[in-house]
Design a protein around this ligand. Structure first.
Ligand code: NAD
Ligand code: TDX
Length: 340
């Protein structure tokens, strides 16, 4: 442990109705009995109030609002011990089609939160991505570490990189008590059907052929979202202010391997998919070295059996059609218009 543990009683979770944010809220409610959560979420196409169903009323307040709303943010931050900032526009393909909301939410929204945390001296944890480091060649023995230079490729990752730099500057110039985590690709329940794994699973359920970009050899470093949640809590409570921690679970896999595991797990043949147009600027490979988080803060992932995690994800999408059906048709129409 690097400094005295921080024990927040009240936290504001931005983006808590999205995929990773809602999994984090469930994790906190289930694992940290004394902590009260206030979710601030704009309920964009990616947010869903249903993701927080079942949480007792005395543990959760839900505020429907925008992180760019200075007055609302000021009021919420004035009454909390910490802000855990997940809210973002999160999908690369959307950022290529229209970067505007990415600039607004990811950059300006983070600025608004930082200003409020500065005013009330509130602890801030910023959720970011490994994509800020750009990509690695398939045969590069290196993985990303906390000292890898920033080199983002897409409108999405460049706005995430911009927000990380704002956090670093607010720490150094104003003494804001902030930490940053950069995590690899998450999978698990409540992930929007626009993302790779849910898209392919729900395609197969709908009788649509899965779609693979480019040559399918791009590598992503998969982590179960529950492991992301435990890592964020570990950094919030035990991390050193001003530091960055990389979160990853040694889960490198090529897209074609993941797709073939889904096809196999759902009773389809190995070639029952379509090759489609590649993503412009498509990052080749991400890989995280999470040694710092493991050795300095003692964190360990629990869900290291990817086959088992994938089987659970497939079961979750089979059991929760009501949750994803409403978004499926529009998502596929958007992809079809892009040739994907
Ligand atoms: P998501 O798109 O599923 O959810 C984003 C949530 O933020 C939604 O509930 C949405 O309504 C909300 N939101 C968007 N704009 C907002 C605004 N202006 N004000 C308030 N709320 C707003 O995203 P996700 O996949 O859960 O990602 C969460 C965070 O984790 C993001 O910061 C993302 O960059 C980061 N991240 C994601 C991954 C991944 O694999 N998905 C990996 C590493 C880091
Ligand atoms: O239909 C598809 N076919 C396909 O081959 C889709 C949707 C994706 N892909 C490929 C593109 C990527 O190489 O699969 C890989 C994963 O794609 P996404 O799910 O869009 O994730 P990625 O672009 O890697 O970004 C994700 O991880 C890092 C999250 O969306 C980001 O928010 C996070 O920062």
């Amino acid at each position: 442990m690097t400094e005295q543990a921080f024990a927040p009683q009240r936290i504001v979770v931005t983006g808590g109705a999205g995929f990773i944010g809602s999994n984090f809220v469930h994790w906190v409610v289930n694992n940290q009995p004394g902590v009260h959560v206030t979710v601030l979420d704009a309920l964009t196409y990616a947010g869903n109030r249903q993701n927080l169903a079942g949480i007792p009323e005395d543990r959760l307040d839900f505020v429907h609002g925008n992180i760019c709303d200075e007055q609302l943010v000021d009021q919420l931050v004035s009454q909390t011990d910490a802000v855990v900032h997940f809210a973002a526009e999160s999908h690369n393909d959307n950022s290529i089609a229209d970067p505007t909301p990415f600039l607004q939410t990811n950059v300006h929204g983070t600025y608004v939160l930082l200003q409020a945390c500065k005013k009330y001296d509130v602890r801030f944890h910023h959720i970011s991505t490994d994509e800020v480091y750009g990509d690695l060649a398939l045969d590069d023995p290196a993985r990303f570490t906390e000292s890898t230079p920033y080199n983002p490729s897409s409108p999405y990752s460049s706005t995430k990189a911009s927000s990380d730099l704002l956090v670093r500057a607010w720490v150094r110039t104003y003494g804001v008590r902030a930490t940053i985590s950069n995590c690899s690709n998450n999978y698990g329940p409540y992930q929007h059907v626009e993302k790779f794994i849910p898209r392919q699973i729900t395609n197969l359920i709908c009788g649509i052929r899965p779609k693979l970009y480019g040559d399918g050899l791009n590598v992503r470093d998969w982590i179960h979202t529950e492991d992301h949640s435990s890592a964020v809590w570990c950094i919030l409570t035990k991390g050193k202010v001003g530091e960055t921690y990389l979160i990853g679970a040694d889960g490198e896999r090529s897209n074609i391997d993941v797709l073939r595991a889904i096809l196999d797990g759902m009773g389809a043949g190995p070639d029952d998919f379509d090759w489609v147009r590649d993503r412009p600027g498509h990052d080749r490979r991400y890989a995280i070295d999470s040694t710092k988080l493991r050795t300095e803060l003692g964190w360990q992932p629990q869900h290291t059996d990817f086959a088992q995690g994938l089987a659970q994800a497939i079961a979750w999408y089979r059991d929760n059609e009501d949750w994803w059906r409403p978004a499926k048709e529009a998502t596929e129409a958007k992809y079809a218009a892009q040739g994907q």
